[in-house]
Design a binder for this molecule. Structure first.
Ligand code: NAI
Ligand code: MG
Length: 366
């Protein structure tokens, strides 16, 4: 046996075919999802692939009817697909921890989606609330399946004066190393500048461990430097000097807060996407807008579908359809630049009108 010196290249089949599970969910999830699916449907023939959408009516209505957010074998049903697009879940009459722990968190954990990737850019026609900032291009790489969001812990003496609650953070060498590796490889393809969010001055066990493993992992990546920044100082820097940031790697909780802060700095929650990635592709990954079900505007046809369209573009990237992904991104960026905008961005376009403007740019050459 000789060791192969070149990677095995699988020939690209004539037509690439994907099966994608669609969980539109609740509220505006059901309005923005069709908009994104129509864009991908329009791009598919242009770029030579086909997609089967498996629509799942999971979410709060499913919960009201069956006392579960998804069927008991929901994870098994999703396992055979190539990816998952999620709109939003959440309803005013159902506790948020039910909607979160009944659907989103099981999918992230069962499919080992250990990376939560949140690109942040100021899009054309979007104004940052930060004075003097008109350009921003950064990525938050959040650890997605361990850390502070653990099930380890409990409550004692409920309702009594002695009541107490304990919740343990869980950091593993493998878990920190794999998120650091993903972030370092991303930084290698970008500026080479990686910032690691930490709090090793106050959280004296897990955070020094995080620092050590991140540093050791990054040292294996030539051309990448890592700067450790305390999370509180990093929050201030995100507001004061956001352009000094490029790729940020953070634990589950820090990454959650920091990515919303960054999305706020970029101007609107309605345009922000996120990807829950299983980089090894042993399980499907999940792509979603950052926003929730927005009950305050649901049913009026005015929701901004850009976050979901951008999430769909990230899905196309993950599937290997990079050209289609760039086409979709430039389609919604041009529609915005040409002045078609929904109400959250100060425009008057409905979801449908904005979607039409994007669709017109999906069938034309990019
Ligand atoms: P939200 O993101 O639904 O809404 C916050 C504000 O932003 C609202 O004023 C809303 O109208 C506006 N907004 C959000 N997305 C928009 C869009 N695409 N276009 C125009 N305006 C938009 O957050 P909120 O109100 O805290 O949560 C509502 C429900 O959604 C809750 O049940 C919450 O648990 C759930 N939620 C679900 C998430 C998910 O499915 N991943 C994420 C965040 C919240
Ligand atoms: Mg969040």
């Amino acid at each position: 046996m000789t060791t192969p010196v070149t990677p095995v290249t699988t020939p690209v089949p004539e037509t690439r075919h994907y099966t994608i599970d669609v969980i539109a969910g609740d509220g505006i999830g059901r309005e923005v999802m069709p908009a994104a699916l129509r864009c991908v449907d329009a791009l598919a023939p242009v770029h030579g692939f086909t997609v089967d959408w498996r629509e799942r009516d999971w979410g709060s209505d499913h919960y009201r009817a069956h006392s579960r957010m998804m069927p008991a074998d929901g994870i098994e049903q999703l396992a055979s697909g190539d990816g998952i697009l999620l709109g939003a879940v959440g309803a005013p009459d159902i506790p948020d921890e039910v909607t979160l722990w009944g659907l989103l968190i099981p999918i992230r954990r069962e499919f080992f989606q250990y990376v939560n990737l949140r690109p942040i850019r100021i899009l054309p026609g979007v104004t940052s609330p930060l004075r003097g900032i008109d350009e921003l291009d950064l990525v938050v790489v959040r650890e997605n399946i361990e850390g502070e969001y653990s099930e380890v812990g409990g409550r004692l003496y409920r309702g009594r004066p002695e009541e107490m609650a304990v919740q343990e953070s869980v950091f593993t060498r493998a878990g920190v190393a794999r998120i650091a590796r993903f972030a370092a490889e991303l930084a290698q393809r970008r500026s080479g500048r990686l910032v690691s969010a930490t709090k090793s001055n106050g959280i004296i066990h897990t955070m020094p461990f995080w620092d050590e493993v991140v540093e050791a992992t990054v040292s294996e990546h030539p051309g990448v430097t890592v700067e450790k920044v305390l999370i509180d100082a990093l929050a201030a820097r995100m507001v004061l000097k956001p352009q000094s940031l490029d790729v940020i790697v953070a634990s589950n909780l820090f990454g959650d807060i920091l990515s919303d802060l960054a999305a706020g700095a970029a101007g609107s929650i309605g345009v922000a996407p996120s990807a829950n990635l299983n980089p090894e592709k042993t399980h499907p990954s999940m792509f979603e807008p950052v926003h929730g079900s927005a009950p305050d505007i649901a049913g009026r046809g005015v929701a901004n579908p850009v976050g979901t369209m951008w999430a769909a573009a990230m899905m196309l990237d993950h599937l290997g359809e990079a050209a289609a992904a760039r086409h979709l991104e430039s389609a919604f960026e041009q529609a915005l630049a040409d002045g078609t905008r929904t109400g959250d961005l100060g425009g008057t376009a409905s979801t449908e009108e904005f979607t039409q403007a994007v669709l017109a740019r999906c069938t034309a050459a990019p």
